[in-house]
Design a protein around this ligand. Structure first.
Ligand SMILES: N[C@@H](CCC(=O)N[C@@H](CS)C(=O)NCC(=O)O)C(=O)O
Length: 200
């Protein structure tokens, strides 16, 4: 089994964290690539050209971070996806909020990367930042649901906030979200977070 990732990708970070949290780290090869350079053969593994991608021993490659995370969780007999309500829906809601923060944040970076001057849409950027801000507000309101044994929801929120710090360090989210900031201060010290920190 091989997990293909890029160091900076927050989606791949979710998969790398799940690999560690599932106890599978010693059983999987990992390979860091730059997906934007379309390395030779990578589109054969993932036609979409995105990381993460997981080369499996028991079937064709998987891609899309949530599919990769679910596979690794099952392969490692981990318990990152609570089976019963209400814990399951709490974790999936956190995962959706976190993925939404990532999608909007990455969209802003892409807008800056591919459009300049008059072609840059401030309206589009503002809309994405509104989504990020409101999703972080929602996580602050329900910060108490982030307590307890680690879940895919916590992992995803950790990756989303870590990505904001990594790529949007000038936008302070901690000041107006003290409960979330407290939670993140503790979660960021988790071994799977420190091992996958894009800045370390
Ligand atoms: N929804 C996808 C998003 C993956 C994604 O966009 N990965 C980025 C890196 S952060 C990538 O590989 N981009 C290359 C490209 O879009 O061509 C997932 O959850 O895996």
């Amino acid at each position: 089994m091989k997990l293909i990732y890029s160091v900076a990708s927050p989606y791949a970070r979710k998969a790398r964290m799940v690999l560690i949290e599932s106890g599978l780290e010693g059983q999987a090869e990992t390979e860091a690539i730059d997906p934007w350079s379309d390395p030779a053969g990578f589109r054969g593994d993932n036609p979409l050209g995105k990381v993460p991608a997981l080369i499996r021993d028991d079937g064709p490659p998987l891609f899309q971070s949530n599919a990769v995370c679910e596979y690794l969780n099952a392969a490692g007999n981990a318990d990152l996806y609570p089976g019963a309500a209400p814990g399951r829906w709490t974790a999936l809601r956190q995962l959706a909020l976190a993925d939404g923060i990532l999608d909007a944040s990455v969209a802003v970076r892409m807008e800056h990367a591919f459009h300049q001057g008059d072609a840059l849409s401030q309206k589009f950027i503002d809309r994405q930042e509104l989504s990020v801000g409101l999703a972080i507000d929602a996580l602050e309101t329900e910060a108490d649901t982030l307590a307890g044994p680690v879940t895919i929801g916590q992992i995803a929120v950790g990756c989303a906030l870590g990505y904001r710090d990594f790529r949007f360090a000038d936008v302070d989210w901690r000041g107006s979200h003290p409960k979330l900031a407290d939670w993140f201060a503790g979660f960021a010290g988790r071994a799977s977070m420190t091992a996958t920190d894009p800045e370390s």
